[in-house]
Design a protein around this ligand. Sequence first.
Ligand code: NAX
Ligand code: ATP
Ligand code: MG
Length: 333
Amino acid sequence: MEAVKCLSGGASLEANAESVLRAITPSLDPTRHKGQAGKIAVIGGCREYTGAPYFAAISALKIGADLSHVFCTEGAATVIKSYSPELIVHPILEESYNISGVNDEGKRDISKKILSEFDKWMERFDCLVVGPGLGRDPFLLECVSKIMTRARQSNVPIVVDGDGLFLVTNSIELVSGYRLAVLTPNVNEYKRLVQKVLGCDVNDQNTHGELLSLSKQIGNVTILRKGKSDLISDGEKVQSVSIYGSPRRCGGQGDILSGSVAVFLSWARQCNSAAERESTISRTNPTVLGCIAGSALLRKAAALAFEHKKRSTLTTDIIEHLGQSLEAISPAS
Ligand SMILES: NC(=O)C1=CN([C@@H]2O[C@H](COP(=O)(O)OP(=O)(O)OC[C@H]3O[C@@H](n4cnc5c(N)ncnc54)[C@H](O)[C@@H]3O)[C@@H](O)[C@H]2O)[C@@H](O)CC1
Ligand SMILES: Nc1ncnc2c1ncn2[C@@H]1O[C@H](COP(=O)(O)OP(=O)(O)OP(=O)(O)O)[C@@H](O)[C@H]1O
Ligand SMILES: [Mg+2]
């Protein structure tokens, strides 16, 4: 199956995203137990943002993951739980304002406690999504750096989005050379990444070459550059997903994408039957497959939601169409 054709160097080719989706989506086999279709954790949710981690975590469930966790601050946790009883919410993160009277030693103890709380769960996760609605509090980000380092030591894939990209752009060593990392920058996040890593401004005359260089420079991590077309590269080649989505640019669509990529990359890593081993798909990096599938599904769901809701289309409407969009490509029975 030639689902993923690509050219190296400066060119990219449109991925056959539907074939990728069909190949990596597992069948609903009655012998499978809870957890086998994916256990995802989103690290995000703070005083300002509760929508973003919710969107990422609920999207993972709506696509077909079995369990979806959120690690956030205490204040955000109550709010996120009230959005949905389906999510498992851990109120473990702390922001500086909440511990302003605590001395350095006290802060170290809090940091250790956060890490040990996370450690109890980490080995169970198929993928982490770090960043949707995380905020930029320095103490919180320092704790999240430690969480990422721990996940990396345990070979747990990490999708980095939103404020997670702010953290990683300033501490690139957190993901550098980690082949199970995926960065999903929007226009601003990409600009900051290019400036920091390549030391220049974004060059729209050399889109593909620049994306290849950026990925290579960070040790071949997979990058999904969001935009009119989504461009995906692991430093070897560039592929695009340009399926028509929606003209509505409401906030939160990137959060759906990060939750979706987490599920699909987990599924792509499980795809190892003999037939799949022979195919182009199985020779493609699972992180790249996850990006292609996530991007395509989000765009299809956005198109369907827009058909119904037009100008009033919101992120929650798009989430409601994720299942139908996947069903049209890979039917449940
Ligand atoms: N409901 C929620 O809780 C949401 C929270 N979000 C979170 O908010 C935090 C910050 O993310 P943002 O994406 O807002 O931060 P960014 O710094 O990436 O972008 C913010 C600004 O960029 C501008 N912008 C967008 N597209 C542009 C373009 N093509 N050219 C020029 N400027 C452009 C926007 O108007 C906005 O003012 C993250 O943690 C994110 O996850 C967002 O995901 C949106 C939804
Ligand atoms: N100009 C565009 N035309 C069509 N689709 C787009 C366009 N820009 C972004 N998208 C789609 O919307 C998705 C989200 O991209 P966007 O740039 O809005 O992310 P974001 O800013 O991180 O979103 P969020 O508000 O969740 O943080 C991308 O996967 C992409 O497919
Ligand atoms: Mg975003």
